[in-house]
Design a protein around this ligand. Structure first.
Ligand code: SF4
Length: 182
């Protein structure tokens, strides 16, 4: 197993662009990974995935896409836990990343969510650390939040689809009503 290989869970093209570049610059062999059943509705998911494919083609990196769209499982997990749903959402997506890293023989994992100011950064980090402990796949951490503008600088000329809300229907409702689910 190559100790300098990393599977990078990608939430969207705009967060992925600089994150991929950063880990490549640190000397890692990078594989991008798509698994986001938290993105609703389906066509929104497809639009974001399409943008990710275009980015991969433009920047010439390998993108692994999970088959299927596990939105029913996503809703089963968060139903009744809507206020704490982000932890469950992170866990579902990043657990799949560790499973995939093991299948592909990749030593490390990380997520492009770590570049976003919109995400619960510390919760995300804790979940990744816990997954690393349980699975043996090493978690690579870097706080890239100050580099999000660099990521947008890379994607802007590509004119890729850009989302207006985090992903789930709850976040869409919060975005357009300016309310918070309690
Ligand atoms: S707001 Fe975003 S991170 Fe939180 S549950 Fe919804 S899609 Fe997942």
């Amino acid at each position: 197993m190559n100790s300098k290989s990393v599977l990078i869970h990608c939430c969207c093209a705009h967060c992925a662009a600089y994150t991929l570049k950063y880990w490549q610059e640190q000397g890692y062999e990078t594989t991008a990974f798509w698994y986001n059943p938290n993105i609703h509705p389906y066509m929104e998911h497809q639009n974001r995935l399409e943008a990710m494919k275009v980015l991969a083609a433009n920047l010439n990196f390998h993108l692994v896409i999970t088959e299927g769209y596990d939105f029913i499982e996503y809703f089963r997990r968060v139903a009744g836990h809507e206020t704490g749903r982000c932890s469950l959402c992170f866990d579902m997506r990043l657990a799949k990343a560790t499973e995939t890293a093991i299948e592909l023989g990749i030593a490390n994992f990380t997520s492009t969510l770590l570049i976003s100011h919109q995400q619960k950064h510390d919760t995300l980090k804790e979940i990744c650390e816990s997954l690393a402990q349980h699975t043996g796949v090493n978690f690579l951490y870097a706080d890239l939040r100050k580099r999000y503008s660099d990521s947008r600088h890379i994607t802007k000329p590509m004119d890729l689809y850009r989302q207006q809300y985090c992903g789930c229907v709850y976040s869409e409702w919060e975005r357009y009503t300016n309310k918070t689910i309690e």
